[in-house]
Write a protein that binds this ligand. Structure first.
Ligand SMILES: CC(C)(COP(=O)(O)OP(=O)(O)OC[C@H]1O[C@@H](n2cnc3c(N)ncnc32)[C@H](O)[C@@H]1OP(=O)(O)O)[C@@H](O)C(=O)NCCC(=O)NCCS
Length: 417
């Protein structure tokens, strides 16, 4: 519990706050945010301690919720947090309440051992709290060439299986979660960086009114899935995954058949089976930049966890710096990573201010650029062309090998489109 100015109090949310939080979230956000919040706080794997409020007496005037995530960076998966369901009552805006709740969330995230935070959020705002745009959000593209149905639509709903179409599109149950997660694992395995749905979120996704997960079954096996959201101008197909090209075709066909006459658009997960298969059927993509935010609260623990991945990158690039030390400065502080004679990386050591890392053979990276450098599509080579406060120093080969451009795929509670 923290006392804020004017007698306001920041504290963990409680069951008695549920209705007020719900009202606040819907007033300031979207219809359905109340349900999403309830699903988190009432889930045994999450719970009330993941949500906080600022109260003025008995009145809930601001709220935020932290979700527990993992981020796979190459071969290493690290724990991460995501702040969501952020809202302040209009009468209480501009008094630092969200800022205080972001601090609560980041402290809790650190206490849970999260090594970074990722999130989707309103433009610019979260940069005030150490976030920077990092991972590209793929565009949603209109389906301009619909597949022909294999068989006439049976009289009963979405139909199938028939002799000519062995597929059935149906609502999944909890028993399907392992199969759905396995499909997403396979889809995300093509990406360098991946944020999967934690298991609890699959349960919430089955209940949220904001979107609906569908499973595609073939001969009793789940071979595809998609998350559909109804928009004013049609249906969005997100998080599509399929075991093979035939299943990808069947998935689009089944959605088109069940939503006949509606405009379909697809989130273009380019490296997945449906992404590749559906690409020729899609219209142009918006060229506007859309990105997930990331925040790296402390460089040393994250790099320490990433040592096996960094070793792998150096070996893959054939960069041998045995017996030396890798120096990376965030200017106000720096880290040193000893490279043993066998090329393995020793524990990351932290040091103080190092404004001119190039003078000791090191690289410089502004702290808010770390997320983009580690998770994003530009890598050291690209970021140095965009940011004067990111540079590799004299050993360009080393730092380009350590920080190559990364492809990324994020599965999140909220659909950013
Ligand atoms: C965005 C929102 C949560 C901010 O809440 P708040 O309690 O007024 O925020 P704070 O007073 O803690 O503001 C922190 C800082 O952000 C700034 N800020 C507030 N809203 C901002 C916005 N939309 N964009 C950019 N900066 C903003 C404030 O000026 C303040 O800056 P300062 O610390 O330098 O003075 C609130 O306006 C809201 O509920 N909006 C509607 C719902 C929403 O958009 N939620 C976020 C979904 S991702």
């Amino acid at each position: 519990m923290t006392t804020l100015p004017d007698g306001l109090v920041l504290r963990t949310a409680r069951p008695a706050d549920l209705d007020q939080i719900a009202t606040l979230l819907v007033d300031r956000g979207e219809e359905g945010d109340d349900v999403d919040h309830r699903l988190v706080v009432e889930d045994p794997e999450a719970g009330w301690e993941w949500s906080a409020v600022v109260v003025d007496g008995d009145r809930v005037v601001s709220t935020a919720t932290l979700l527990e995530e993992t981020v796979r960076i190459g071969s290493v998966t690290v724990p991460a947090g995501q702040v969501e369901l952020v809202a302040t009552h209009e009468e209480y805006e501009g008094r630092g309440l969200s800022r205080a709740l972001m601090s609560w969330a980041h402290e809790r995230s650190a206490a849970r051992g999260h090594l970074l935070q990722v999130m989707i959020g309103i433009p610019y705002y979260y940069r005030l709290f150490g976030y920077e745009y990092a991972i590209d959000i793929p565009p949603a593209r209109a389906v301009v060439d619909l597949p022909e149905p294999l068989a006439p639509l049976p009289a009963t709903g979405t139909g199938g299986p028939t002799d000519s179409d062995p597929y059935v599109l149906r609502l999944p149950t909890r028993e399907d979660i392992p199969a759905l997660a396995a499909l997403q694992d396979a889809a995300q395995s093509e990406y360098d960086v991946a944020v999967p749905h934690p298991e609890a979120r699959w349960r919430w996704l089955f209940e949220t009114p904001a979107s609906r997960v569908w499973a595609l079954e073939r001969e009793g096996e789940v071979v595809g899935s998609v998350r559909l959201r109804d928009d004013d101008d049609g249906v969005l197909l997100a998080d599509a995954a399929a075991q093979d090209e035939d299943a990808a075709d069947a998935l689009l066909r089944a959605v088109a058949r069940s939503r006949a006459g509606e405009r379909l658009s697809v989130v273009d997960r380019a490296l997945t089976v449906p992404g590749r298969r559906w690409a020729p059927r899609l219209g142009p993509a918006s060229e506007n930049a859309e990105q997930y935010y990331a925040r790296v609260p402390a460089l040393a623990p994250l790099l320490d966890a990433l040592r096996p991945e960094l070793e792998r990158r150096l070996a893959q690039a054939g960069v041998d710096r045995a017996g030396s030390e890798i120096v990376l400065s965030t200017f106000g502080a720096h880290v040193r990573i000893p490279v043993a004679d066998d090329g393995s990386l020793g524990p990351v050591q932290t040091g103080g201010r190092l404004p001119w890392p190039a003078s000791v053979g090191g690289a410089g990276v502004a702290p808010d650029q770390l997320g983009g450098l580690l998770l994003g599509p530009h890598g050291m080579h690209g970021v140095v062309r965009r940011r004067p406060d990111v540079y590799p120093g004299p050993d360009v080969e080393l730092f380009e090998a350590l920080f190559p451009p990364r492809t990324g795929d994020v599965l999140s509670y909220y659909l950013p489109w």
